[in-house]
Design a protein around this ligand. Structure first.
Ligand SMILES: Cc1cc2nc3c(=O)[nH]c(=O)nc-3n(C[C@H](O)[C@H](O)[C@H](O)COP(=O)(O)O)c2cc1C
Length: 448
């Protein structure tokens, strides 16, 4: 049997490429147009994609003169998309460093009810110093502290989501029973970072709880993912690297008492699609030519936590701190360093390679070449599916959905219609009911 692929559309503004808003294939005025994002959700749904995903950075970014990473808060925006779609999953990023578990659990549960059970939470610890400065800190908390807080944060959120049994809402008019207190539970959580009594002020969601998604590939990130994540986004540049990551994460999950298939691993790709490979490469080059080096150098500085804005574009990267000394984006710093050294890139060459997906792999080719590539990665054991990061939107997503997806469907590796009602159902990770996807075991005391 061919493997079934899972496909997520990672949608960002008018495209993933950092200069997308300047390319004639985009309409920059749609950056703040809710209908643009509704359209993206509908295109993804037309392609029977599992989900769409919004990232979030809690700061304006390193160089507002050129671009900013996020202008919409993801849950708010996905609420609008939810009311205009029926099947596609809706994954929102939210930080465990700069939120509180109760408010976050509540907001996600609301979107669960609004969307009929199609929500996922991309758990991030917020790696950038600019974000810390918006929340009272002079600098980002240490990496290990952020992940320790994230571990407890996720547990509290899941317990809050599971604090109502699925049959707790009674609504019995005759006997005036609104909810059954025996089926609504307090947590009385008292941990190192949080004290939360519970229960949540919102009944159990249609899919039991949102799907847990994780996107940090450091050691601590992989441990968190292995314990709780159901979908993992990751940047991998070669099949060999992807296989190492895949095997590592799946064996860690098994060590946590889970099945390897409980986690779906989706490396990112930035597809440039055209009728010929030559034309696809030219299209990629058009975007590369629009890169502003001053913006790109500040992005690069953020990855290494080091000021690199003075680098000469035709030089090679200088000696940079190793991953063990990076407190921000650990795994991404290693990926970028390897990319520069393995391909012996100049700084200019490196910035060109990072412009489309900040380190995610670009593929320029025909629809057949792209489909072949995705299948090869999955067949080699490097991926359960892919995080599709179109360099320009909506056209890049339309091209993928209309030209690549039909090939994957003809080859029997992608669905031709939805068969599930929930996001967990799309990803084949359990049913709708209470508790059957619990990662934590039962919750505590019943009210009453
Ligand atoms: C596809 C993808 C999307 C991500 N989206 C976000 C995001 O929206 N916000 C964020 O703070 N970090 C995001 N990250 C970054 C990671 O969550 C993490 O902060 C970074 O990779 C460093 O984590 P690490 O130290 O565990 O490697 C994303 C990573 C990937 C691979």
């Amino acid at each position: 049997m061919p493997q079934h692929l899972y496909l997520n559309a990672f949608v960002m503004g008018v495209g993933h490429h950092e200069a997308a808003w300047r390319h004639p294939r985009t309409d920059r005025h749609r950056l703040l147009d809710v209908d643009h994002f509704v359209e993206l959700g509908r295109i993804a749904e037309r392609g029977r994609l599992d989900s769409i995903f919004l990232a979030d950075i809690l700061a304006v970014g390193p160089n507002i003169a050129r671009n900013t990473p996020s202008v919409f808060e993801p849950l708010t925006l996905l609420s609008a998309v939810a009311t205009h779609t029926r099947h596609v999953g809706l994954i929102a990023t939210a930080s465990t460093t700069y939120n509180s578990p109760y408010s976050l659990a509540r907001a996600f549960n609301s979107l669960e009810h609004i969307s009929g059970g199609r929500v996922g939470w991309n758990i991030v610890t917020s790696a950038q110093a600019d974000e810390a400065r918006n929340f009272g800190g002079p600098d980002t908390p240490d990496h290990s502290d952020r992940y320790a807080r994230a571990e407890e944060f996720v547990d509290v959120v899941v317990k809050l989501w599971e604090s109502w049994d699925s049959d707790a809402l009674v609504l019995d008019v005759e006997d005036a029973v609104f909810a059954d207190p025996a089926r609504v539970h307090t947590l009385d959580h008292e941990g190192e970072h949080f004290r939360v009594r519970g229960p949540l002020n919102s009944p159990r969601s249609p899919q039991g709880r949102p799907v847990l998604v994780q996107a940090g590939s450091s050691d601590a990130g992989k441990e968190l993912a292995a314990r709780v994540a159901e979908v993992v986004f990751t940047a991998q540049r070669s099949i060999a690297d992807a296989r190492v990551f895949y095997d590592d994460l799946k064996s860690r999950a098994v060590r946590h008492g889970r099945r390897a298939s409980d986690i779906k691993i989706l490396p990112g790709i930035v597809p440039y699609i055209a009728d010929t490979e030559q034309r696809a490469r030219e299209l990629e080059q058009e975007f590369t030519d629009l890169i502003s080096p001053d913006y790109a150098l500040r992005q690069l500085s953020a990855v290494f936590g080091t000021d690199l804005t003075g680098l000469a574009l035709d030089d090679r990267l200088p000696e940079l701190p190793p991953e063990s000394e990076i407190e921000g984006q650990k795994s991404r710093s290693t990926l970028v360093r390897h990319l520069a050294t393995e391909e012996d890139l100049t700084v200019r060459g490196l910035l060109g390679r990072l412009g489309g997906g900040r380190g995610h792999r670009s593929i320029a080719g025909t629809p057949e070449q792209i489909a072949d590539d995705l299948i090869a990665w999955a067949d080699a054991g490097g991926a359960d599916g892919f995080n599709i990061m179109p360099p320009y939107l909506p056209g890049g997503l339309e091209d993928f959905v209309d030209q690549v997806v039909p090939i994957l469907q003809r080859r029997g590796v992608f669905r031709t219609d939805y068969s599930a009602q929930t996001l967990a159902g799309n990803y084949g990770i359990g049913g709708h009911g209470a508790g059957d996807r619990s990662v934590l075991g039962g919750v505590a005391t019943a009210l009453g």
